[in-house]
Design a binder for this molecule. Structure first.
Ligand code: BGC
Length: 392
């Protein structure tokens, strides 16, 4: 484990869980630079562009420039390794052809950057946008402009890919629903193209980003709030991403606030935030990373008490050895679907790098705020219980 730049920073209060999360993220990095999604859950022994890009962002906030940079170089190498399939997908689309779902650039890679030839629902566009955004954040934070030229071939491939297929149907960020255009995916595409506009000085990418935002605003709302996708009016917690970090909504957009309230109200489980109504993955529990996201949104909109409550909820999900799982929510989860997944893949991820990342982002946001309610205020006593009690 490398020493944490974060731990040497002067911070206003002791931060055991935040420090734990930095160490956990670093411990999920492979020598190649890839971040395993989870070490303790075999199906997640890969690096997702989505998870990894948020982990790199959080590590950047923590001052871990080297680890974040190793990840960005790993992504760039991995994308160069699939340049043929990216170019093929782009040319096919430019010629008016349809996407070939089975041969699109992947959502996740093996840690050596190899493409896994399995039946994973790989055609997920969001990760390419999220990576460009994360890279831009990194370069801006550390003034590491030299990376722009070094990684330009991969950045250009990712941009061409987003420009060609960014408005198309694909699997969503939960790796489901292949037959729809997903609002949060569009948010990631917007964030990536906007970042690329700055990284490459590309007016074309910036204009395309504006087009994507136009689609989000004109086609992905109903009754004043954003909807999950082109075929579902559901609420989905990933809709928060439109606001933070991607800023894919105009300032003061009423849909942004209404959507966040809908997420807070209709996706609450045991005080945390679920992915979407009817989620059955491992019982459809509450996700620390999404609860932290709601806290991030609250913090960004000035509701510090609520942000702090979200932080405390996530902190209660750490187990005594500092692991932060994919899901919490104990017995309120659906037992049948929880048991179905346990029988299929074994116990769920007890330590997820992306959970640590979003916890750290929220913690970091709240560091510079004024006097806040102490963590634990408004937290039901039961939350202190182990996050993943067995469900009968
Ligand atoms: C989630 C994805 C995530 C992957 C790895 C899946 O269960 O739906 O969003 O990228 O796990 O963490």
């Amino acid at each position: 484990m490398t020493s944490s730049g974060f731990s040497s920073q002067a911070r206003s209060q002791p931060a055991k869980p935040a420090q734990t999360s930095v160490h956990a993220m670093l411990a999920h990095q492979e020598p190649s630079g890839a971040f395993l999604a989870s070490r303790d859950f075999a199906p997640y022994h890969y690096c997702w562009l989505r998870d990894g890009s948020f982990v790199a962002f959080a590590l950047g906030l923590a001052g871990e420039q080297g680890a974040a940079e190793r990840f960005h170089r790993w992504v760039a190498r991995s994308i160069c390794g699939i340049s043929g399939s990216v170019q093929e997908a782009v040319s096919r689309r430019q010629a008016g052809g349809s996407n070939v779902v089975g041969s699109m650039p992947p959502a996740r890679f093996a840690v050596d950057g190899a493409v896994c030839h399995d039946d994973w629902p790989n055609f997920q566009v969001d990760g390419y946008g999220t990576w460009l955004w994360s890279l831009w954040e990194h370069i801006s934070r550390f003034s590491s402009d030299g990376l722009i030229d070094e990684l330009a071939p991969s950045v250009e491939l990712a941009v061409a890919y987003l420009e060609a297929v960014g408005l198309d149907t694909c699997f969503d960020c939960w790796e489901e629903n292949a037959d729809a255009v997903h609002t949060s995916t569009l948010g990631c595409v917007y964030g990536g193209l906007r970042a690329a506009g700055s990284l490459l000085g590309s007016d074309k990418a910036s204009r395309r980003a504006d087009d994507v935002r136009g689609v989000i605003e004109s086609q992905m709302t109903l009754e004043g709030r954003f909807v999950k996708s082109s075929v579902s009016t559901d609420v989905d917690a990933s809709l928060l991403w439109l606001a933070v970090p991607f800023g894919a909504t105009r300032a003061g957009s009423p849909a942004k606030a209404t959507t966040a309230e809908a997420v807070a109200e209709s996706l609450v489980l045991d005080g945390g935030t679920r992915r979407y109504p009817g989620d059955t993955y491992y019982g459809g529990g509450a996700w620390p990373l999404l609860t932290a996201w709601l806290g991030w949104y609250r913090s960004a909109t000035g509701d510090l008490a609520e942000a702090r409550r979200c932080q405390a909820w996530v902190e209660a999900c750490f187990d005594p050895s500092g692991r932060l799982p994919e899901q919490c929510g104990g017995r309120q989860r659906d037992a049948a679907s929880y048991n179905y997944w346990v029988a299929r893949w074994g116990p769920p991820a007890a330590d997820l790098a992306w959970s640590h990342a979003m916890y750290f982002v929220l913690w970091d946001q709240l560091q510079d705020q004024a006097v806040l309610p102490s963590p634990g205020d408004g937290l039901p006593a039961a939350r202190a219980a182990a996050p993943n009690p067995p469900i009968q």
